[in-house]
Design a binder for this molecule. Sequence first.
Ligand code: ADP
Ligand code: MG
Length: 328
Amino acid sequence: MLSEFDIIRRCFDQRGLAATKDDVVQLGIGDDCALVSVPSSCSLALSMDTLVEGVHFPSNASPADIAWRSLAVNLSDLAAMGASPRFFTLALTLPEANENWLMEFAGGLREIAGRFQCFLAGGDITRGPLTITIQVHGLVETDRAMVRSGAKVGDQIFVTGSLGKAALALKLFDNTLGAVDEKDRAALLEAFYRPLPRVEAGMALAPFVSAGLDISDGLLGDLGHLCEKSACGARVTLPEIPVDSLVRAILGDEKSPGVAASGGDDYELILTVPSGKLDGFLDAARSVSIPVTCIGEITDSEGLVCVDSSGNTVNMDNHSYRHFHGDR
Ligand code: ADP
Ligand code: MG
């Protein structure tokens, strides 16, 4: 049986995963606290997310996938502020100290930590039902963060990437998707377990954006949050929503736009752009090779209005997609 000390030393305080001393992290894993200094020109952006087995991921998920997803969803919040990731802390609750499980978990964490240059600076381990809590920390220049409250009437609404794959993975989990071939199944699971948070996009596009947030609960639901915080409305042209090509291939033209509009877990960004900054925004997106699609416009109405390609209002009652994460 591994002691807590053994787990930390063998699994977490390892090269490529643990934060080493730099200009921000003065002291990492191993003392009573980590020590951090924030440059005077920056704010520290921090966010926390908890994933519970059986609620946020199925019980048969691989430890490396769970680790990737746990850090990815946190990094997505930094991306949504335009912040640069620096370090994270990890509170791990485990039913038992299984060394194989822990090594695989730490391996998945090391992969994504390296990919986004965001390293582990401390944490805690306790016994109980499998639960992973990560708090991520990043830097953003003071007063430059993309907040939800800055959208203005007339701003164009953009979304990064394409939508719908993670929502289809959830349908796989509850066996409501029907037959899909092995390759497509793997692509859907990859989208769910290994989302690539839009960190680079957030940092590159923040200077041109009036408001932004990441899509965790679904495009329309999250856009609704942005409108609420900005005290404005939005008009969304449904056929403009970038439906993932695999989702379209599996569900067909009729059903796929609804899933892309309402399904969660893709971790793309919604960004609002004032007309004066449109050219700069599009240039910046091109220069970092981030696909962005304009899906509508901020309005002075109350709430969201969805329209078809001829401008006719479409009734979208079911904004929040009911899925596996029943409690979110
Ligand atoms: P304390 O008893 O003072 O809370 P711990 O024994 O819990 O200290 O932790 C010792 C050190 O190991 C601390 O630096 C803590 O941040 C680190 N640590 C504990 N658990 C983890 C973990 N899951 N991941 C990374 N570091 C951890
Ligand atoms: Mg202590």
